[in-house]
Structures are given as C-alpha cells and as structure tokens.
Design a protein around this ligand. Structure first.
Ligand SMILES: Nc1ncnc2c1ncn2[C@@H]1O[C@H](COP(=O)(O)OP(=O)(O)O)[C@@H](O)[C@H]1O
Ligand SMILES: [Mg+2]
Length: 265
C-alpha cells in the first residue's frame, strides 16, 4: 500500500540576485513499512524535499498525499494531531537539541506534546525507548552535550519513534558518524522498521549507506528526479549519469550485498 505520494513538487529559491530551482516537478511514492533511499550529489534538492515534507517550508507547486490526506493543506488542530505521524532525524543532532537539555526532557517532550502515554507512565516509556535504542536507563540524567555523537543519534532515533510515526525522514542522519558506529545504527534502523512497520525516507549522498537500508532508491540531479527503482537494480544497472557518478564514488559498493539480497525481503 502507498503511504506517501508526492506529485509534481517544485520549489525555487532566490538568493543574492540568483534564482535557483531546488526542485523541478518531482514525483515519488513510498510504500507502507518500506525504505525509499533518496540519493543525489550535494545541492541536488534532497533536503529541500525533506523540509517540504516536514512542513518546514512550503513548495511553489505540487501535492503530497500522506495516509490518504492532503498533507500540505492540513492546518491548525488537524495538523498538530497528525504531525506525530511523520518524524525526522537530522545529521546535526546538537543543532536540533538544546545542548543543556537532559536526555529525559528530550524524550519527554514528544510524549507530552502528542499525549502518547499518561503522565505517570512517561518515565517508564522513556526507559523503554532508551533500552530499545541500546542505551542504559541511567542516561536520562545526562545532558545532550555529555553524550557521544553516536549516542546522540540513538537518542534522536528514540525521540523519533516515541510518537509512533508511520514515516521517519532521515536527512544524512549517519553521515557524520564513524563507519563502525554507522553500521550499528543502520542495523538498529532495519530492526526497528521490521518490528514496527515504519516507512523511511532515507536521504544520503552515500550509496553504500543507502544500499544497506533501502528497498528502492531514487536519484536526484539538479532538482530533478532522474531515476528510481529497486535498490539492487539501480546499483547494478544505473540509467543516469548522476547515478553512475554516485556509484563511482564508492569503490567497494558492488561487492557488498543490498538489503534485499542480505535479508531476503
Ligand atoms: N533557504 C535557501 N535559500 C537559498 N537557496 C537554497 C535554500 N535552501 C536550499 N537552497 C539551494 O537549493 C539547492 C538544493 O539544496 P538542498 O535541497 O539543500 O540540496 P541537498 O540536500 O541535495 O544538498 C542548492 O542549490 C541550495 O543552495
Ligand atoms: Mg542536504
């Protein structure tokens, strides 16, 4: 079943007297419980698409249907109620959180704002969320700046799943991490998806990362979606120059298994 469907999305920015077409007529769909990898070089429009989905900026044209609703026209209490259903994890978690905030407050906020569990049950829920992302319950008392980059990404993932979303948007969420930590986080994300049926839009310039998590991959180039298909097929038989350039940037890509071949989905 289709969870999200984007049609003919366009967005221009003007800055310093220049007019930039960040998105040109982009259409794509994401299936329930599946991962769409969104690939593309820096500046190709990936984050603009993610920000439009999160309702951080409006598009100039186009529509988004999410769970059979017109997502971009939802407003007021309807939007507040539905917002919990799409969560986002950024690359720069320090920038997204107040560095003095405690882990407890970072996880308590979404539970309270979206009334996920009654107040008395929130501490237990926070402990369960930490446990699920592989962190000890004692972390509740730490401040965000006291934990490592990989641990901060785990807390960001815990916060994202706290509201029981049906879609999580990851924008370069593992790009700043060391390769060994990155691999562990990608494994956690695959497990969480299989356990909870959450769909992912996984934005990355790195096809090795996308290959580990994606069922399908779409490729952006200068604001246009130039190619999309099953992950394995896209990597083995790229159709666009943009896809070939991304593949060439990862020398070991072809000998590592894709998610579908590794997990037999
Ligand atoms: N707020 C903005 N003002 C002006 N230009 C922007 C803004 N946001 C993005 N852009 C431009 O839009 C294009 C796409 O950017 P972005 O979506 O961030 O690409 P990506 O995430 O693929 O690197 C780039 O040329 C970028 O400079
Ligand atoms: Mg970006």
């Amino acid at each position: 079943m289709t969870l999200l469907s984007i049609e003919n999305l366009s967005k221009r920015f003007s800055s310093g007297g220049r007019d930039i077409a960040a998105l040109k007529d982009v259409s794509l769909t994401i299936a329930d419980g599946k991962t769409l990898g969104l690939a593309g070089a820096s500046g190709s429009g990936k984050s603009t698409l993610a920000r439009i989905l999160m309702r951080l900026i409006p598009p100039d044209a186009g529509t988004v249907r999410f769970e059979d609703e017109d997502w971009l026209t939802l407003s007021g209490s309807d939007l507040r109620r539905r917002r919990a259903k799409i969560q986002m994890v950024f690359q720069d978690v320090l920038g997204a959180f107040n560095p003095r905030a405690t882990v407890a407050s970072v996880l308590d906020d979404p539970l309270r704002i979206h009334a996920i569990v009654p107040k008395a049950e929130r501490p237990k829920e926070i402990a369960a969320l930490l446990d699920r992302v592989g962190l000890p319950a004692s972390y509740v008392a730490r401040s965000i700046r006291e934990v490592s980059g990989g641990q901060r990404q785990r807390i960001a993932i815990a916060r994202a799943i706290a509201t029981r979303p049906s879609l999580i948007v990851f924008d370069e969420a593992v790009s700043a991490l060391d390769v060994s930590i990155r691999g562990k986080i990608l494994e956690l994300l695959v497990e969480l998806q299989e356990e909870r049926g959450i769909a992912y839009l996984f934005v990355s310039h790195d096809l090795a990362v996308l290959r580990a998590v994606s069922h399908r991959i779409a490729v952006m180039d200068a604001g246009r979606l130039v190619e999309s298909g099953p992950a394995e097929q896209m990597i083995e038989n790229p159709q666009s120059q943009a896809a070939r350039a991304l593949i060439a940037a990862v020398p070991r890509l072809v000998i590592e298994p894709t998610r579908d071949s590794a997990h037999d989905v």
